[in-house]
Structure formats: C-alpha cells, structure tokens
Ligand binder design. Sequence first.
Ligand code: AMP
Length: 248
Amino acid sequence: MKILVPVKRVIDYNVRPRVKPDGSGVDLANVKMSMNPFDEIAVEEAIRLKEKGAAAEIVAVSIGPVKAQETLRTALAMGADRAILVQTDDEVEPLAVAKILKAIVDEEQPGMVLMGKQAIDDDSNQTGQMLAALWGRPQGTFASKVEVSGDSVNVTREVDGGLETVSLKLPAVVTTDLRLNEPRYASLPNIMKAKSKLLTVKAPADYGVDTAPRLKVTNVSEPPVRQAGVKVGSVDELVSKLKALGVA
Ligand code: AMP
C-alpha cells in the first residue's frame, strides 16, 4: 500500500505571531517556519506503518512556495520515500488544497491519505474532510490510534465524550490528533540521504485547479491584552470580594 502524506509549511509553533500594522494578516517576514506539527505526526505514523509492513511507499506532498521544499526534505529525512511540491506563491485555501490532493490521489492511487487534523496557521480543520468528500471515500478524523488490518483501517478517534473506534474500508483519509505518536528526529545520515531522494515540482495548473481565494480577510487583530489580577491577603477577603461580585 502507498500512503500519501500532505505536509504544510507553517509558522513554527514556538513563534509568537505578530500582526501586520495594517491588519491585513500575520507578519511572516524573517519568521521561523516549520512543518505543521500534526503533519509531522502523520509522517511518523506512515513510517511506523511501513516499518510494520502495512505500507510499501510513503509519498509526501506540499502545496506552497519554493521554500516548502525544506518541509518536504524534512519529511524525506524522517523516512518518506519521495516528494511532490505543488509550487505556488498564492495562499491556497483548504478547498483548493483538497482539489489538488484529489488530483494527486487519482494519479498516485494511494491506499491511505494520512494528514494533519488541522494546520496551526489558519486552524481550518477542513482539508481532510473535504478531500474525503471529493474522493468519495471514508474518513477517520482526530486519530489517536491507527491499525491496518487487511483491506480496512481501524481508527480510534478523540471525540468530546472520550474515544470512538471506527473501521474504514481502504482507501480512506485519516487525520492525526496530538496523542497518536511522538515524531522522531531525523538523524544526520538520513538528512544527507534525503537530499538525493526524488522531489518532483508541479504547479496547480498541472492539476487544473484554480487557487484564487474564495474568502476575503477583512481584518486581523491582536487578542485584547489581559487585565492584571489582584492578590488577596486572606480567604475572608477573597470571599467578601466574590460576594461583592455576586459569585459567592
Ligand atoms: P487545514 O484544513 O488547513 O487545517 O489543514 C489540515 C491538513 O491538511 C494539514 O494538517 C495538512 O496535512 C493538509 N494541508 C493543508 N494545507 C496544505 C498545504 N498547503 N500543503 C500540504 N498539505 C496541506
């Protein structure tokens, strides 16, 4: 089975985002960018499935600027076999990403698309679900456990009430949640080896997908600054303050 793993280059999760002074978006100039953390988890899970013999090939895909090649090289250094960059400088919205992924799925015929539950830059949490709909295949979202058995995959999902296990017929879309695994670090020899792995560069037009935005950002602003708290001297003082506020 072939596994397709979409990986997005996003602002690093340790960076505190700064809003552009004109409120048009987040300032990405000279900001550290990395692979979306949920996508790292997806790459790790694909490698584990390959190590267990449940997968034969892992293809990483990214839709983004030329620098997204670095993100793909990270996936290759972790253990993906080859990569596809669909190069564009446009901000590509989830529906266009899903359409491009669907075209790649038609070409590559993977048994599973294993991807992040959400990208931490826009927090959309849409692409996997849209891909499953366009492809007409089952989806197992927010996975905390993935087990392939024959032509099915059992996905344990993190839902509000606890855990739910669904059995999906392959091919299927699986999206990863935080507790699925802890991604490995790429070793230096593997980083060197990744440089010679195949990375194919394409354009959205090669898949007949129009990436023009359908959404308009009207304003991006910083969250309101939190008010400083007050230290109370005793429990009695706390209780009387709470009473004054009408909460005790
Ligand atoms: P989102 O729906 O934007 O929150 O993204 C969910 C998942 O879709 C991500 O974790 C990635 O696996 C995948 N994805 C979204 N955008 C891209 C992109 N530009 N390139 C590759 N994968 C993407």
